[in-house]
Design a protein around this ligand. Structure first.
Ligand SMILES: [Zn+2]
Length: 205
């Protein structure tokens, strides 16, 4: 008899590297394999409506949005899922870590996708810990918007095209496309990833 084995897979990289597409591809394969799948998103991700995840290329998959990590195990139990994907890993609270470990211990397959670094290049939220605990880490790259080379960084730009500085508030994921009218994000290679001056320095005449 086939006995599924618990496993944590992390799919990560900068903005626009295809994390959502890769996650949905895995979910579709799991459905074909007869797994009971569940896709969960943190409530902070306002990119799409609550019952559907959508990749930048337009691929969609049914999703449930939960307010925080304390609801993960409840949602998984309610759905009877044995193959679980968690989107926007960087925006979950630290409770995602014991929740993921509990699921893997129960022989569930868990996929977490998210940004490995913030726009300053710092490890982002619980992602570094999840990557350390993972059975498999898929590091995806995007295309640099300046030179067309492999992009591993997320560049944050103000409306005037100037790079964001180190003392600015981290923007929530909905802000990547909708809520924040001023800043935008794009993929950059290491050579073209730029961190701007601090706000106080810029404010000086
Ligand atoms: Zn470049």
């Amino acid at each position: 008899m086939y006995r599924p084995r618990g496993e944590l897979r992390v799919i990560t990289g900068p903005m626009c590297c295809g994390k959502s597409e890769e996650t949905m591809r895995e979910l579709r394969r799991a459905v074909i394999a007869g797994r009971k799948v569940l896709l969960l998103r943190p409530a902070v991700d306002t990119r799409t409506d609550t019952d559907e995840a959508r990749s930048r290329s337009g691929m969609t998959f049914p999703a449930h949005t939960v307010p925080d990590s304390s609801q993960i195990l409840k949602a998984v139990a309610a759905a009877g899922a044995n193959f679980v994907a968690l989107e926007e890993g960087q925006f979950w609270d630290d409770g995602i870590i014991p929740a993921v470990q509990a699921m893997v211990d129960k022989n569930l397959v868990v996929i977490v996708n998210g940004l490995n670094q913030d726009y300053l290049g710092r490890p982002f939220g619980p992602m570094p810990i999840l990557m350390a605990l993972a059975d498999d880490v898929r590091m995806l790259s995007a295309i640099c918007q300046v030179c067309g080379e492999e992009a591993v960084k997320t560049q944050r730009l103000h409306a005037d095209g100037s790079p964001a500085g180190p003392d600015e508030q981290l923007i929530l994921p909905g802000g990547f496309e909708q809520d924040h009218e001023v800043d935008r994000y794009e993929a950059r290679c290491r050579r073209h990833h730029v961190i701007g001056p601090t706000r106080s320095r810029r404010a000086r005449p």
